[in-house]
Design a protein around this ligand. Sequence first.
Ligand code: AMP
Length: 212
Amino acid sequence: MKNILFIAPPAGGKGTVSDKLVERCGYKHVSTGDLLRDVDKSSKLGKEIESIISQGKLVNDEIVLELLKEKLKSFSKDEHFILDGFPRNLKQAEDLDSLLNELDLNDYTVIELDVPYDVCLKRAVGRIICPKCHKSFNKYFVKPKIEGICDNCGSLLISRSDDNEDTFKNRYDTYLENTAPLVEYYKNSNLLVKVNGIDNVIESVESVIHND
Ligand code: AMP
């Protein structure tokens, strides 16, 4: 089983697919969005991060790389991980190449989830997340069993500050400008597989990771 890097537009389903793969295949899920949202919001750094996220922009590369490095270092050799949300630009892709080489974790495949803008927008505005265990639900598609309460840990679900229509547009523009060019980057290294991000997503992703 290979490690996975997901490339997808905002609210394209990276987190949801990752959760399923954690359940079904035992992957470790590393979401740089979660790592950033977990930084103490009463600290100066936490406030800066929160402000950037709520504008739909990218947080400074070095800050994200440092958080990611700490997380990846905590895994043992026989654990497989999913990177959800990193890399987000070319510089991060190059830094990631070096980091994975340094940690001897460079057996991975890159999966692009193909999801149209309108579907992503609807997923974003309906999304509610658990601030404690990070599980994600949706007011329209994947409702929690009890309204407003996390099925997994019982915490109160919240909406993300960047999941409104205006910020979503900024996040999508940021994606097109910075992240979408990574598709070519990974195609050139023969690492990229494109998957339909709406129908039979888990089955398609599983067939990629098991056939690799
Ligand atoms: P996500 O949870 O992946 O949707 O990310 C939410 C927000 O966190 C993004 O819109 C960015 O502001 C920030 N973020 C997450 N990952 C990165 C990254 N690799 N580089 C810079 N900012 C990031």
